[in-house]
Write a protein that binds this ligand. Structure first.
Ligand code: DC
Length: 221
């Protein structure tokens, strides 16, 4: 069974997807983490987002893997634990540029499909219901007001020791939303058959319950 969860930054996708996967005992796939790994490696090695041949080579030569059991999962880049490094503010600032070229997207989408093959997966990202798994069993599109998303991101950054104002984050998130929704390749958009969940005033438990109630009958089939 594939559960696709898409939505903009800070809409509650990650927390919800992790909780759903943990409760159903199925694989959690964070596709945003994969684009972040490519961004981190490009920034470290000085590869520009517009240099498609170099980006294609870098992507082909990068081994991205996930280990551990929720909530203690780790993200690895060529054998290095980059779980925290990919959440840093530089990577967050530039990831929308590095995730747009098709040389990056095509390679990562192929890896995402391979990871899901033969498994039950909760997969979250921006193009999961539209491009990666158009035949997913369940599709959700999570949204929330930009102010609420900025407040949530502020808390995430606090945990990493980074202090940012809500106003600053509203600007950053709006810019990233704009780039993610207007790019030519697999832009962020709701699949026609996705169920929209506005999480502005929902708590995590409500979001998780909403999805689990729809997933359980399918798992029992
Ligand atoms: O979910 P996130 O914030 O970790 O995602 C990081 C970036 O990766 C985000 O700007 C959009 C991009 N992304 C994407 O284009 N397609 C996906 N399936 C997942 C993420």
């Amino acid at each position: 069974m594939i559960i696709a969860i898409d939505g903009p930054a800070g809409s509650g996708k990650s927390t919800t997807a992790k909780a759903v996967a943990a409760r159903l005992g199925i694989t959690y796939l964070d596709t945003g983490a994969m684009y972040r790994v490519i961004t981190l490696k490009s920034l470290r090695t000085g590869v520009a987002a517009c240099d498609e041949p170099a980006l294609a080579e870098l992507t082909a030569n990068t081994i991205i893997s996930f280990t551990g059991v929720l909530p203690d999962t780790k993200v690895w880049m060529d054998g290095e634990d980059v779980t925290d490094a990919i959440r840093g503010s530089e990577v967050t600032k530039y990831v929308s540029d590095y995730c747009a070229p098709s040389v990056v997207r095509d390679a990562l989408v192929e890896q995402q499909r391979r990871i899901a093959q033969g498994n039950s997966v909760v997969c979250e990202g921006r193009d999961i219901g539209t491009v990666v798994f158009p035949d997913a069993d369940l599709k959700f599109f999570m949204t929330a007001s930009v102010e609420e998303r900025a407040r949530r991101r502020q808390k995430d950054f606090e945990k990493l020791g980074v202090s940012k104002t809500v106003e600053e984050l509203v600007k950053e998130i709006s810019l990233r939303d704009h780039k993610d929704s207007t790019r030519a390749n697999s832009p962020l958009r709701k699949a026609q058959d996705a169920v929209e969940i506005d999480t502005t005033s929902l708590d995590l438990e409500m979001q998780v319950k909403f999805i689990i109630e729809r997933a359980l009958p399918l798992l029992k089939q």
